[in-house]
Design a protein around this ligand. Structure first.
Ligand SMILES: *Cc1c(COP(=O)(O)O)cnc(C)c1O
Ligand code: SF4
Length: 352
């Protein structure tokens, strides 16, 4: 008797049709989209969809390809946040003096339809070779100003526990590195990967290891995800969340409120709410900054400070992330007025 193999990630239009997720006629119109952008839908993500209609379900919308992706708006860019202009060696992006990104691989558990690196990630996006990894680590080792290394990709938790442990140990041995931060979608899309071996790979003797999960809707926090977060937090790993503000997914006060409340409940601190980047074929996901500010303003009066991420924009072209939330203070000099969360103005006295 052979054991049934676990359900596999759906990786093509044919897979989606065979699984009954996409009808054949729609799949036929999506050939160009599938050729341009990778598809990846894990069984867990599929189970979190209440319908398979991207126009109707906040999880389906994040992962199922649509014809809207075939439209490129004039402002959209191949490299929306300017990774390439700041990449001194393969796998490293060094934009700020004190921290670097280390992109050890370009594979992800899922492929998000709004991804800001969608033209770099994919199942063919292989990992750094051992020599390339060594060169990237040397880059960090030779620069004492770097105190934080951010493992991203692709998704660093797609590395085998053995490779991940080797990278964490190498960084742990560099005295000027204080923090190793991993950004990952694995905890909420392929939670079973967060097993004992993987958690053990994140244990370092000296550096602080943080994990930032990427989560955009409360429906993504299903029972397997909650259990995976629990395994990470029980191992003493501080957890953060980054959320992308997406039209049709979470562009309402109710959706953001329930997401941020759920994250905090599961010991995850909402860190950033990202304004969507100008990635190719993602116009249908974009909201205006004014809409984002109105949402953030409304959340301020409703939620604990623990549940308030910073609303940020990655300036197109590689100029860095800046907060773009609403301003609560108006006027100048001695005529300052502060608004409370209900919108009422209050004069603030000048310094005597
Ligand atoms: C986002 C990003 C970081 C991390 O920025 P934080 O504000 O510290 O979260 C670092 N380097 C690059 C190139 C980035 O894009
Ligand atoms: S997991 Fe992250 S890098 Fe991968 S497709 Fe989604 S947004 Fe892009």
């Amino acid at each position: 008797m052979t054991a049934a193999s676990p359900p596999a990630t759906l990786r093509s239009l044919d897979d989606l049709v065979a699984a009954g997720v996409l009808d054949g006629a729609r799949a036929a119109s999506l050939g160009g989209v599938a050729a341009d952008f990778a598809i990846g839908v894990t069984p867990q993500v599929l189970a979190a969809m209440t319908t398979r209609d991207p126009a109707d379900d906040p999880v389906a919308r994040q992962y199922l390809p649509t014809l809207e992706e075939a439209t490129t708006a004039p402002e959209e860019l191949h490299d929306p946040i300017g990774d390439h202009v700041h990449s001194p060696v393969k796998g490293i992006v060094h934009r700020y003096p004190d921290r670097v990104l280390l992109k050890a691989l370009h594979a992800c558990p899922v492929y998000c339809r709004f991804c800001f690196r969608r033209e770099q990630v994919g199942p063919g996006g292989e990992a750094l070779t051992p020599a390339e990894t060594a060169a990237a680590l040397d880059y960090v080792r030779q620069r004492p100003a770097i105190s934080e290394v951010i493992l991203t990709g692709g998704d660093p938790l797609m590395l085998s526990p053995r490779r991940l442990a080797a990278i964490v140990a190498a960084l742990d041995a560099i005295p000027h590195v204080d923090v190793v931060r991993l950004h990952s979608r694995v905890p909420v899309t392929d939670s079973g990967r967060i097993d004992t071996a993987l958690v053990d790979a994140l244990r370092a003797s000296r550096v602080a290891v943080y994990v930032a999960i990427h989560c955009n809707h409360a429906n993504e926090l299903d029972q397997p995800a909650i259990a995976a977060l629990r395994r990470l937090s029980d191992a003493g790993i501080p957890l953060l969340a980054q959320t992308v503000l997406l039209r049709g997914v979470n562009d309402s006060v109710a959706a953001l409120e329930s997401l941020f409340r759920a994250l905090v409940r599961h010991r995850v601190k909402p860190y950033y709410l990202h304004h969507p980047d100008l990635a190719r074929g993602t116009g249908h996901f974009r909201v205006s900054i004014a809409e984002g500010q109105a949402l953030v303003r409304a959340l301020r009066g409703r939620l604990s400070g623990l549940a308030q991420p910073t609303y940020v924009l990655d300036i197109p072209g590689g100029f860095g992330k800046v907060p773009v939330g609403p301003s609560w203070i108006e006027g100048e000099g001695d005529a300052l007025v502060v608004r409370d969360p209900a919108g009422n103005p209050h004069p603030y006295p000048p310094r005597p």
